[in-house]
Ligand binder design. Sequence first.
Ligand code: ASP
Length: 312
Amino acid sequence: MSHSAPNCTPLVLTHGGVGARPKDRDGCVAASQAGLHCLLDAGDSLQAALQAAVQAVSVLEDDPRFNAGTGSVLRMDGVTIEMDAAVMDSLGKLGAVAGVRRVRHPVQVAAGVAATPHWLLCGEGALRFARASGSADYDPATLQANIKHQELLAQLQRGKRLRHGEENASFTDHWNYPVALAIKPGAPCDTVGAVVRDAYGNFAVAASTGGCTPSLLGRVGDTPIIGAGFYAGPAGAVAVTGIGEHIVRHLLAFRVHEWLAGGMPLDAALQRGLDLFDPAIDVGLIAVNARDSGVCSNREMPSAAAQGPGAP
Ligand code: ASP
């Protein structure tokens, strides 16, 4: 397989999660620039867009201000971190991990899965795969994640509803951690993501998250689920953030891609996707197609784009 002539402006667009702080946007700027360097360095490689998306998300995973990789939220036991990540490009590469623990860059493990006969590995299998492919043991917990966890427990104790539309008892009554609940748990979510367009009109997406809290042990949201949290195809690439349990019901990323494929303007497709949701549900999207890129969310969401030289 080879490229046709370059006819697009290379672009990397990243987000730091719906509900994340706008003042942390510099992290997205750094990630988009790192992704763009990778994209331009890769020249006309068929892997360029995917590598750039992985590079951008790896930078966000290393930034402890975002809920992915280092800085991921703690589960309700105050100890466990379970992370999800995914990659996909418009040339057919697809890989994801769910519930993976103790790795520094879940998105790189997801990219590794794309080279296996499978598309999704979870739990212990994902961890063993990560180790076999060279990911060292790594504790992504941070002091800040511990502080957020204490706040969550304090809110639980005060009877404050932790997740829109759910009684707190939905979590405590179905408790499935190996240790008892030590009351202390906000409701932090957030995911990081990148969408990429190369000069040849290929698209890629990568996403990574520490998930939502509160949640039961083993909970997986939309981030590693194809068509829900991410999608890349001939019409573009889409990355989604927000409450996964709602997003999966709309297969949001795939629907937006299909609207783009049908010729809908990118901004209109993003807004139509957002309009599927009750405004009380946090949702954010980023997307890129051959000509445009855009960001749409119903809460604040840091994002940044980095663009290469225009097509000849
Ligand atoms: N979508 C992620 C999840 O449900 C969280 C987020 O994007 O904020 O796990």
